[in-house]
Write a protein that binds this ligand. Structure first.
Ligand code: PLP
Ligand code: TYF
Length: 396
């Protein structure tokens, strides 16, 4: 039956995890996958989550099927985080939100819906982007192209080239945009640049698809939603895939959402009916646990404050590690300037290390990074940072 089945290519990032797990060296460090670890090197279970889980366990709710679009209180809480709970868009019924299996699931539901709506459209992702963006939209049968984004020499954005590319696209081209904490580079657009991007999307009738997987990891919940508000102000329809995997440290519970801003309430009803069709034919309806925990936290003033404090703790620790990395490399006498790492945002840094240097880090020092030079700063801690600094200095 399966003699013709070929081996599928490995995910370059998740594949690294397997190699790391198989490495017997006790001093190994995994800077590959994008996961936040505490200073003790553990994935945290947030206190706010534990409180909500305790209450849920005590209440022992039945586990019936959820509606296809998920828990209503969850969807509303997501809308509040993205748009602000007093947003006129919500009062006007212009936002459709469906609970999804993480941010990945939101992208996939959106992709399947868009394929039916605009079967001939292309999808443009940033160069570079999260590897799964290409794979996911290609598996929804789209042709995926790239727009210029990262400028290695300046560690910045090739903004003029990016805008020019967007201006050249056919109407209905789907533009996937990292709303904050760009993965893999850590380099984001400024609010002024977002305004220019939104204007071009509006003029050229492009379909903006914002991927917001790291809200709260750059400057905070509100500032990290700036791109969303710029698109709202531009008056156009757009998509948002959002995720609580990172911000709630709930990677394995698969909690995310697809939100779509429509032109009017009656459009919302029709769009929602199509989104429900996509969900029904994929997995019927989402699971209960993660969504209800997140909804309880976001809808309780106490737990919400606790969560925001814990999120700030994660964000601040990452920034401390950025500073420590740069300062320790300089103290070690490394001549190359790494100060740009301090300005990068979110979990990742495009370190500028090349594939050979990354390979030497792994083989000689047991330090795992992505071959593009992306390192997960959120995996550095006060115990492993000296080993990492020494190893980087050695391979440079
Ligand atoms: N989008 C980007 C840019 C990501 O880095 C990730 C990370 O995993 C996701 C989406 C998917 O998140 P989730 O784990 O919630 O599916
Ligand atoms: O980029 C990362 O490391 C995270 C985790 O197929 C991830 O976004 C990586 C690859 C993948 C799914 C999640």
């Amino acid at each position: 039956l399966f003699s013709a089945v070929e081996m599928a290519p490995r995910d370059p990032i998740l594949g690294l995890n397997e190699a790391y797990n198989a490495d017997p060296r006790p001093t190994k460090v995994n800077l590959g996958v994008g996961v936040y670890f505490t200073d003790e090197g553990k994935i945290p279970l947030l206190r706010a989550v534990q409180e909500a889980e305790k209450a849920r366990l005590a209440a022992a709710p039945p586990r019936g099927y959820l509606p296809m679009e998920g828990i209503a209180a969850y969807d509303q809480a997501v809308q509040g985080l993205l748009f602000g709970k007093d947003s006129p868009l919500l009062a006007e019924g212009r936002v459709v939100t469906a609970q999804s299996l993480g941010g990945t699931g939101a992208l996939k539901i959106g992709a399947d819906f868009l394929k039916r709506l605009y079967p001939d459209a292309k999808v443009a992702i940033s160069d570079p982007s999260w590897e799964n963006h290409r794979a996911l939209f290609e598996s929804a049968n789209f042709e995926v192209i790239t727009y210029p984004y990262y400028d290695a020499p300046t560690h910045g954005v090739k903004f003029d080239a990016m805008l020019e590319a967007l201006r050249g696209y056919a109407p209905n081209t789907i533009i996937v945009l990292h709303a904050c904490c760009h993965n893999p580079t850590g380099v984001d657009l400024t609010v002024d640049q977002w305004k220019q991007v939104a204007a071009v999307c509006g003029e050229r009738k492009l379909v903006p698809f914002l991927d917001l997987a790291y809200q709260g990891f750059a400057d905070g919940i509100e500032p990290d939603g700036a791109a969303v508000r710029v698109f709202v102000e531009s008056g156009q329809s757009f998509f948002i895939a959002s995720s609580f995997s990172k911000s709630f440290s709930l990677y394995g519970e698969r909690v995310g959402a697809l939100s779509i801003v429509t032109g009017a309430k009656d459009e919302s009803a029709r769009v929602l009916s199509q989104i429900k069709r996509v969900i029904r034919t994929n997995y019927s309806n989402p699971p209960t646990h993660g969504g209800s925990v997140v909804a309880s936290v976001l809808n309780s003033p106490e737990l919400r404050a606790m969560w925001e404090e814990e999120l700030a703790g994660m964000r601040d620790r990452i920034k401390e590690m950025r500073h420590a990395l740069v300062d320790k490399l300089a103290a070690k006498g490394v001549k190359q300037d790494f100060s740009f790492v301090k300005a990068q945002r979110g979990m990742f840094s495009y370190s500028g290390l090349n594939a050979q240097q990354v390979e030497r880090l792994r083989e000689e020092h047991g330090i795992y990074a992505v071959s593009t030079g992306r390192i997960c700063v959120a995996a550095l801690n006060t115990r492993n940072i000296d080993a990492v600094v020494n190893a980087i200095a050695a391979v440079l």
